[in-house]
Write a protein that binds this ligand. Structure first.
Ligand SMILES: C[S@@+](CC[C@H](N)C(=O)[O-])C[C@H]1O[C@@H](n2cnc3c(N)ncnc32)[C@H](O)[C@@H]1O
Length: 197
């Protein structure tokens, strides 16, 4: 299988993100951090190179989870606690419990059925779950040039498609899993689950 460079090089990933998002490239982390209280344990699911950890409120204890060998090696070298796990498989093997689980612009990697079950599994792993997703009003057809380019760049052993959701699809998926839906702005929507005490 041909592997794309997007998740094999931290520098490529961060540069590509900077080119795409410009000065707003850290906005998604701030959106997520606004829902995280101080001093809690945080699991960053599909963490990429772990950039969220620099945006957390004070006293938070950060753990990353990703399947990319390159990103997880980078985090381990910087003493960032990191779980290596392929989310096409269930999260049931993970024993830890977290105050908050976060997932940023990554639901787009999973087909609707796995997205749905993953959202439910996350509610067992954490008391609060915050999903920040990039959304579009202009969903690209499966074979479009942009879709093929994104699939090529992000191809790995564990991720074979990247398909940005419409706000409507995202809302349907998160509300079906018991999350509250919020439209954050033109680019992002948020799904929030909070366990009742
Ligand atoms: C678009 S990036 C988002 C990274 C980070 N959350 C951010 O906002 O910069 C998607 C991440 O999901 C990870 N990923 C994709 N499919 C995965 C899977 N099946 N299991 C675990 N991680 C996966 C990729 O390795 C990549 O780091």
């Amino acid at each position: 299988m041909i592997k794309g460079i997007q998740y094999r090089s931290r520098l490529f990933y961060q540069t590509q993100t900077l080119i795409k998002l410009g000065p707003a490239w850290q906005h998604r982390f701030r959106l997520a951090a606004a829902h995280i209280p101080e001093g809690v344990s945080v699991l960053d699911v599909c963490a990429g190179p772990g950039d969220l950890h620099r945006h957390l409120p004070s006293g938070c204890r950060y753990t990353a989870l990703d399947a990319s060998p390159d990103f997880t090696r980078h985090m381990t070298a910087r003493q960032i606690p990191c779980l290596v796990h392929d989310l096409t498989r269930s999260l049931d093997a993970i024993d830890d419990h977290f105050d908050v689980a976060v997932m940023i612009i990554s639901l787009c990697h999973f087909g609707h059925a796995r997205a749905q079950s993953l959202l439910t599994e996350l509610t067992r792993l954490a008391d609060k779950v915050v999903i920040v997703e990039e959304i579009t009003e202009n969903v690209r057809p499966e074979g479009s040039r942009l879709q093929r380019t994104m699939n090529f760049l992000t191809a790995t052993d564990y991720a074979s498609s990247y398909s940005i959701l419409s706000a409507h699809e995202f809302k349907r998926i998160v509300t079906a899993a018991g999350y509250h839906y919020q439209r954050a702005d033109l680019r992002y929507a948020v799904g929030i689950y909070e366990r009742e005490t």
